[in-house]
Design a protein around this ligand. Structure first.
Ligand code: HEM
Length: 146
């Protein structure tokens, strides 16, 4: 008896599908970075609340915790947090601008071969990512070399 139920999905990428940009290229990697940095910032926020709650355990416990955070390893973690915040804020600003319709040009009749609106705002993407890189470099130099 014939059924309409599909039996096999040959186009499934599994976990690779989460990180493989394929033809979607640069913006797709930014999308992955945006999701990871967003989740990282939320994880930090939760840990930060737990960490500051330690103040209630008394001055000694607090001082011990602060001593732990003075380890060089935490400087690197602090920088990663800063870099994630810069990336998320800059890329988020790009997304807000584009989602509000800026930098996409005038709407056109869709004629084959279709053009992607992604290419229209690619220059903005490059400028914003350059600015993000600059901010990360400045932040890194003041955190590690001042
Ligand atoms: C200047 C600050 C920020 C800006 C401009 C910004 C912008 C955005 C935008 C536009 C989106 C939607 C992306 C889309 O269209 O799919 C987004 C998603 C998100 N943001 Fe932010 N954001 C900021 C700060 C934060 C902070 C502080 C956190 C965490 C505490 C955060 C966590 C997230 C998460 C988890 C998502 C969902 C990501 C996903 O679905 O892939 N964001 N942000």
């Amino acid at each position: 008896m014939a059924t309409n139920k599909p039996t096999a999905y040959n186009n499934r990428l599994g976990l690779k599908g989460w990180v493989y940009a394929g033809k979607y290229s640069f913006e797709r990697y930014l999308y992955i970075g945006h999701r990871l940095s967003g989740l990282g910032l939320i994880a930090y926020m939760v840990l930060h609340i737990i960490e500051t709650a330690n103040r209630m355990r008394g001055e000694e416990a607090w001082a011990a915790l602060m001593g732990l955070f003075a380890l060089p390893m935490f400087k690197v973690i602090e920088y990663l947090l800063f870099a994630a915040a810069v990336f998320h804020a800059m890329n988020g600003t790009r997304l807000l601008l584009v989602e509000l319709g800026f930098f996409l040009g005038k709407p056109e009749e869709p004629v084959f071969p279709y053009k992607s609106s992604v290419m229209k705002h690619r220059p903005l993407t490059y400028i914003i990512m350059l600015l993000a890189g600059l901010l990360m470099a400045l932040g890194g130099s003041s955190l590690f070399f001042d």
